[in-house]
Design a protein around this ligand. Structure first.
Ligand SMILES: [Zn+2]
Length: 390
């Protein structure tokens, strides 16, 4: 057994080690879908986790190695009515890729600010710092002679920033039978945990019309562009009528020239929705459009889809984490996120899920991305204390 306060005090002695490790992981750049760099990073991450993990796997995907690490629990907890179906492992969900192109590090190297706490560099916040926090959490347990109460699995996918086209299947597989899912994404402003995330989908809507001379034979033609514009206006009205729905027409193309009735047009549409009900209504409207013009042909293709994880203010897992943070003297606010991630899947499946457990910071995906060293140490202690006691 390790007291949470003991874990926190110990974590706070690891500032220098953490900075060194953090710099190392940030320096190994990992743009999404770069198989070579993902493999190098996976090897480095595995080397760090190997100090405590019982087993490490490198399942491959199109973008290179993903990583799954396993830690044994102290034993099967004695079955009790309170446990209900929550008898499985604790799943930690993370990603290794960043939105930054290779070479960014040369321009914007890993830097510790003069305040001795603020760290900058590509991916410090989203989410290399979170990976360092997991390594430290497991190290804290091992150094205090403690172990996780339940088996722990860490899934690190390499394609989260492009919608986890392959990683989602890995998260789904390892979520099966999980007792709880902790997402290591960066927290909301102020370090708040995420207990709900809007779902996101991208859909391509294509229209086929009939081309004709715009002056002489306009009546023979069917304008794909006019049809598309009408469809988009109608979809915009549908989105506006639904609670917590957002629609963004991201791209639009079509036609050839001003004196030709356009025979093709298409748009890529981004959708966001906070609840399963809105998700269903919005997707139905977009995926099953009815042509306004009889001779126009419409087709749709779903390019990516993450389900809505509706926020439950009474999320019991979040309540446990807040109580635990309280014993450490840490404040842990809760909120819901406008962006989606891999925990949308587990939250939507009804598995107790909390995200945003990475260290506090701001500026994800931007030039001023930064994160807090002291927060990383606190999050590592919180994570260790949670795994030890839950
Ligand atoms: Zn992220």
């Amino acid at each position: 057994m390790a007291e949470p306060t003991e874990l926190l005090a110990l974590a706070r002695t690891f500032g220098d080690t953490v900075l060194e490790r953090w710099e190392r992981l940030v320096s190994l750049e990992t743009p999404s879908a770069d198989a070579g760099r993902a493999a190098v990073f996976g090897k480095e991450l595995a080397a760090g986790l190997a100090a405590t993990a019982d087993r490490i796997e490198h399942p491959t995907g199109p973008g290179g190695d993903h990583l799954v690490a396993y830690w044994n629990g102290r034993g099967t907890p004695s079955p009790s009515a309170d446990d209900g179906p929550r008898t499985g492992h604790t799943l930690l969900v993370a990603h290794s890729d960043t939105v930054f192109e290779a070479g960014t590090i040369a321009r914007r190297p890993f830097t510790l600010a003069e305040d001795g706490d603020t760290v900058t560099g590509p991916g410090v916040f989203d989410m290399k710092g979170s990976l360092v926090a997991v390594e430290l959490a497991m190290d804290l347990l091992s150094r205090t002679g403690a172990a996780p109460r339940r088996p722990v699995r860490l899934v690190v996918v390499n394609d989260e920033e492009i919608g986890s086209p392959d990683g989602a299947r890995l998260v789904a597989r390892h979520a099966e039978g999980a007792h709880a899912v902790l997402g290591l994404e960066p927290p909301l402003p102020g370090g708040a945990l995420k207990i709900g995330r809007r779902g996101v989908a991208r859909v391509r809507l294509s229209v086929r019309g009939v081309s004709a001379h715009a002056g002489l034979d306009a009546a023979l033609g069917v304008s794909a562009i006019d049809e598309l514009v009408d469809q988009l206006a109608s979809l915009r009205a549908t989105a506006a009528s639904l609670p917590d729905a957002a629609l963004n027409v991201g791209t639009i193309t079509g036609g050839t020239r001003a004196n030709v009735v356009a025979d093709h047009a298409e748009a890529e549409i981004g959708l966001r929705y906070a609840t399963p009900e809105t998700e269903q209504a919005l997707l139905k409207a977009v995926l099953e459009p009815t042509p306004v013009r009889e001779r126009a042909a419409l087709s749709t293709r779903t390019l990516s889809h993450r389900p809505a994880w509706a926020m439950d203010p009474a999320n019991p897992l979040a309540a446990e984490l807040v109580a635990l943070a309280d014993t450490l003297g840490l404040e842990l606010p809760l909120g819901s996120s406008g962006g989606a991630g891999d925990t949308n899947l587990t939250g939507a499946l009804g598995i107790p899920t909390v995200d945003g457990l990475g260290p506090a910071g701001a500026g994800a995906h931007g030039e001023d991305e930064h994160a807090s060293l002291s927060s990383l140490l606190e999050r590592a202690a919180l994570l260790a204390a949670f795994l030890e006691s839950h």
